[in-house]
Design a protein around this ligand. Structure first.
Ligand SMILES: [Zn+2]
Length: 168
């Protein structure tokens, strides 16, 4: 079963809304159902800023609110809470995307014999490209030679296995 723990949850908020969102997530995790003005005073933030941040996070379904009648204030207020189930979904989607990109990278390396000068900063070339350049690296002038992608592919395979384990 796919599961993001509390720190994972917090890091998703940080990713989406920066440090302010992280602080807000920690607060709502400890005390769900807070009003915007309570959050603002607790985090020493402007209430407008808090409202904006909450709406930004709710677009990602990371937070949700209940509208309740506050007897003390005698008006309708928003009470905010986290949506941990949704966070699981957001992270899962991201992991799936990463896995797809890794698959594409792997296919690219498997389908094309690439040529490389061996310098870290220089790019790799397909056979046609390398031929165009007379097998000489345009960046450093080094000789373009067959690039052995097997090591890279095995690293990609390991990462894919890690991700698939998480997604199980
Ligand atoms: Zn080079």
């Amino acid at each position: 079963m796919f599961y993001v723990d509390e720190e994972g949850l917090i890091s998703v908020f940080r990713l989406v809304g920066g440090e302010e969102a992280e602080g807000l997530a920690r607060l709502l995790l400890a005390r769900p159902g807070m009003r915007e003005d309570e959050i603002a005073s607790e985090l020493q933030m402007d209430v407008k800023r808090v409202r904006k941040l909450l709406h930004q996070l709710s677009e990602f379904s990371l937070v949700a609110y209940d509208i309740v009648i506050d007897k003390e204030l005698n008006k309708r207020v928003f009470r905010w809470r986290l949506q941990p189930e949704q966070v699981q979904g957001v992270v899962k989607t991201q992991l799936k995307r990463i896995a797809e990109r890794l698959q594409m990278l792997k296919k690219h390396y498997e389908a094309n014999q690439l040529y490389w000068c061996g310098q870290q900063g220089c790019r790799k070339y397909t056979f046609d490209e390398a031929l165009d350049k007379f097998f000489k690296c345009p960046s450093c002038g080094g000789k373009l030679m067959v690039y052995d992608a097997s090591e890279l592919i095995s690293v990609v395979d390991e990462k894919l296995a890690d991700i698939n384990k998480l997604l199980e």
